[in-house]
Design a binder for this molecule. Structure first.
Ligand code: ADP
Length: 225
């Protein structure tokens, strides 16, 4: 399956994308994670991306689209993929349409995660990521690790993202409203969008997503039924 996950910062895209992709055995491609990897490795691309990410702005389209094009050319995406954080504006959506048309493939579904804005800031302010695996995501109140500051999956150190400060979050929300929301309309016109509430427990949101794409259910432990 070829799936897009769209939603404002703090909707839980990364958390859901990791679980959905594992459930469907398809690669999870997150532009945010790809940029953070480049930043950690100190690449030129990473240094360029960081100047935009720190301010809560989008990384320029030619950089972002280049990164995605490279990912979608990999053989492991032939059976499908889950895109998280791309496309984030109309130009990127059109670029993706072109990339898919070139390989004679198409999207199967666009999942639009919806969350009231007042929830976003508290979700993001408490978010902590694992330094060893960015798919290990915690929240100091909503899903705290057993030992503060330590990843419950692998023992890695937990940290707060640079762009998760309140002023930057507000800018990211503004960018979402003006640039990314039109992407949802773009795919709505193609009949691909299902809107899903991002409220509730992680497995409840995951089940909404699975129902939307016509795939089973999981229980609270994440086991399929
Ligand atoms: P969130 O969804 O919580 O905002 P992400 O990890 O998806 O977090 O993205 C973090 C930042 O990386 C964005 O605020 C933006 O600066 C940059 N970024 C990620 N994806 C894109 C994209 N498709 N186009 C431009 N910039 C992007």
């Amino acid at each position: 399956m070829r799936i897009l996950l769209i939603g404002p910062p703090g909707a839980g895209k990364g958390t859901q994308a990791a679980r959905l992709a594992a459930h469907l055995s398809i690669p999870h491609i997150s532009t945010g994670d790809l940029f953070r990897e480049h930043i950690d490795q100190g690449t030129e691309l990473g240094q360029n991306a960081l100047t935009h990410i720190r301010g809560g702005f989008l990384v320029p389209d030619e950089v972002t689209t280049g990164v995605i094009k490279e990912c979608l050319a990999r053989p492991d995406t032939e059976r499908g993929f889950l895109l998280d954080g791309f496309p984030r504006n109309l130009a990127q959506a059109k670029a993706l349409d072109g990339i898919l048309a070139d390989s004679e493939s198409r999207l199967d579904a666009v999942l639009d995660l919806e969350i009231p804005e007042d929830q976003v800031v508290s979700r993001i302010a408490g978010r902590r990521l694992c330094r060893q695996d960015r798919e290990h995501i915690f929240h100091v109140d909503y899903s705290p690790p057993e030992v503060a500051g330590v990843c419950g999956f692998c023992g890695g150190e937990l940290y707060q993202r640079d762009d998760d400060r309140e002023a930057t979050v507000r800018r990211r929300l503004e960018v979402y409203r003006t640039e990314t929301a039109p992407v949802v309309d773009h795919y709505q016109a193609q009949g691909l969008v299902t809107t899903i509430s991002a409220l509730g427990q992680v497995h409840e949101v995951l089940n909404r997503a699975l129902v939307a794409i016509g795939r089973g259910q999981v229980d609270a432990s994440g086991t399929s039924s």
